[in-house]
Design a binder for this molecule. Sequence first.
Ligand code: FE2
Length: 345
Amino acid sequence: MPTVLGLEGSANKVGAGVVRDGAVLSNRRATYVTPPGQGFAPGPTGRHHRAVLLGLVRAALREAGVEPRDLDGVAFTKGPGMGSPLAVVAAVARTLAQLWERPLLAVNHCVGHIEMGRLLGRAPDPLVLYVSGGNTQVIAYSRRRYRILGETLDVAVGNCIDRLARLLQIPNAPSPGYNVEQLAKRGRQLIPLPYVVKGLDVSFSGLLSHLQAVTPKLLESGEATPEDLCFSLQDFGPFLGFGQETAFAMLAEVTERALALTRAKHLLLVGGVACNHRLQEMLRTMCRARGAELCPTDDRYCVDNGAMIAQAGWEMLRAGQVTELSQSGITQRYRTDEVEVTWRD
Ligand code: FE2
């Protein structure tokens, strides 16, 4: 029964999890939270991860009830992500793998999300919408690759939401996205915002710079409240027959197009923004209209975590796709479709 320890730390979350043959034995996580109005820079984020990662590994092993000798591999995030946090996690993974004489498994972060989603969603071949602070992609599996059918042409949807939170000085705990979602529920007024869809791709940079330009004026003159702005980023008015949010309506549109193209029966929603109930509701409605099903989303495994890296590592180990020490470097840019998926037919 292969047992794999997975380490994640590509952005402001850092985690350690243990997976054994489809069972998540533990999943420990810590988040680097910055004060309202501030984002997280690579240097301080890496230092945060360095301070807590060994404690998380110890806790994850204890909770899983496994000793280092019970492990069959050490998986870690190779990329994509922020340089300093990735480097910290990779250094710990390399050290532990050599110390314990276990193979290293260098995992693509996006593939980690997909494999965890496949495990929990119980859908063998879903269309995937990966939405987070760093990534926005519509993905489908074909001939040993997770193919990117559509993606953001500039910033990620989660980054757009986080930066609105920063603009409005909304707290970053538990997460800026969660707080924007709560405020959006009380928004009463729709501010028109740019809606940019190009085929299966989306663009959020115009939406973001528009928000940055109008927000101070609207708040100062009392023409709009922070709640209205959160709602408008999320809410778009009548579109395809249901009330929407601008950014989320764009995502629903490209995902619907991809569903039509692939004829997939299941949609898997992964990444930090997948926790947003409004986005889930919109996608569920869209899926139902197309005779497809939205796979259930579990907040514990949607947000970046160690178990998802362990799960992808477990698949790689099973297929014999281990990583040589000399090949265990990190990379900030690592596209989902660069990985040869040797563990699927
Ligand atoms: Fe992620």
